[in-house]
Design a binder for this molecule. Structure first.
Ligand code: SF4
Ligand code: SF4
Length: 391
């Protein structure tokens, strides 16, 4: 029997006031009309706690787009879960923040696109940076554990030193620097976002220097797995540590797992979290080692990386049961090498828009360079429209 999931990742909504070009939400975003009710989320939190889960990550989209966020935090905390809010900060003001603190929120992760306003707004697809800085100040004055998330990629990596100094001034307890992961919208913009090898190597040195300097702030750094010899232990192994519930109630072993055809994802409206975790076919499909092909099946690293990411295997090779193609032992590694070769031999070939679909996004009033923005594949609803929620 599998041990309980350590954390429940609750995607409360796919609505978001931003539309980042690296967003890992699925291309088929869930509409507001499909979202779970407050009561169903509360039941899910109680079931998670009974199962032995310790944390809930309240995420999205933008969880602040849910007007019931404070009662949801209260319910999760009352169930005994450690509560972490992952947010862009847009929609957070002093009053709302104090109601979340009073409800028992433990930790907040606030994401930034850059240190430089116009670049940050271009990546986010809207004007958001200045509001985020103001929100960071509010958070730093509360009792909350505070992490600043920095998403890095080809367009901002050369400014990493400056971006870390910017984050430091926001007074967080922790800085998480994570390279874009190539799912969802990020995969569409992959060749514009993937850094060169020189950039990655320099960024490692920059982070090492920052760790030396910032003794009081913990820094976590996630490098792009395309450049690694072995894959990341994605989600800590399929259905091994984490459980995701999407805005409509579908339970998934990974936020991107919906791309894998042939899997039936159960809904928390119909099945208990315990049954889904222990019995459902989708959670059992890639759990453990029985599904593994060679070279994973006999590889000594299989208990460390669990064969890598099933979603990445499907997105790159078309076979979700293949060894993660970023692995240097994978028979599909040449597909990754081909992408890296394009990026590194001809950096301009990977310039903005090379993988963007024409016409994607509903680009209207913009406060930075219009032409530049129109070349990204910005996040939209399935009808190709950017729906900005009221906050
Ligand atoms: S990555 Fe950007 S667009 Fe996607 S949910 Fe987060 S803030 Fe919203
Ligand atoms: S062959 Fe499989 S188990 Fe071995 S390192 Fe590569 S992905 Fe991991």
């Amino acid at each position: 029997m599998p041990t309980a999931p350590l954390a429940l990742i609750a995607e409360l909504t796919h609505r978001c006031p931003l539309r980042c070009v690296y967003c890992s939400n699925p291309l088929e975003l869930r509409a507001r009309s499909e979202e779970l009710s407050t009561e169903t989320w509360v039941r899910a939190f109680e079931e998670a706690a009974q199962l032995g889960t310790l944390h809930v990550h309240l995420t999205g989209g933008e969880p602040l787009a849910r007007s019931d966020l404070t009662p949801l935090v209260l319910a999760a905390r009352s169930a005994g879960l450690y509560t972490n809010l992952i947010t862009s900060g847009i929609g957070l003001n002093e009053k709302r923040l104090s109601s979340l603190v009073e409800a028992g929120l433990d930790h907040i992760q606030l994401s930034f696109q850059d240190a430089e306003e116009s670049s940050a707004n271009t990546i986010a697809g809207c004007s958001a940076h200045a509001q985020k800085v103001a929100v960071a100040r509010l958070i730093s004055e509360t009792r909350l554990a505070f992490t600043v998330n920095l998403v890095v990629h080809r367009r901002n990596l050369d400014r990493l030193e400056e971006i870390i100094s910017f984050a430091e001034r926001l007074r967080p307890h922790r800085i998480e620097i994570a390279h874009v992961q190539y799912y969802g919208w990020a995969l569409r913009n992959r060749e514009a976002l993937l850094p060169t090898l020189d950039q990655v190597q320099e960024s490692v040195a920059v982070v090492e220097r920052a760790k030396e300097r910032l003794k009081g702030i913990k820094i976590d750094f996630v490098t792009p797995d395309y450049y690694a010899a072995f894959p990341k232990p994605c989600m800590g192994g399929w259905a091994r540590l984490l459980m995701v519930v999407d805005p409509s109630g579908k339970a998934l072993p990974c936020h991107a797992a919906g791309v894998i055809p042939g899997l039936k994802f159960e809904n928390v409206k119909e099945k208990s979290l315990r049954w889904i975790w222990e019995e459902s076919s989708s959670f059992r499909r890639f759990r453990g080692e029985d599904w593994m092909p060679e070279p994973c099946r006999t590889c000594e690293r299989r208990t460390q990386d669990f064969g890598g990411c099933r979603c990445q295997a499907f997105l790159v090779t078309g076979d979700a049961a293949a060894t993660d193609p970023v692995c240097s032992l994978s028979p599909h590694r040449h597909l990754i090498e081909a992408v890296l070769e394009r990026i590194n031999l001809s950096p301009l070939a990977g310039d903005i828009g090379s993988s963007a679909e024409p016409g994607a996004g509903n680009v209207k009033a913009l406060d930075t360079d219009l032409a530049l923005r129109q070349r990204w594949a910005y996040r939209t609803n399935p009808a190709g429209v950017w729906e900005r929620p009221e906050l």
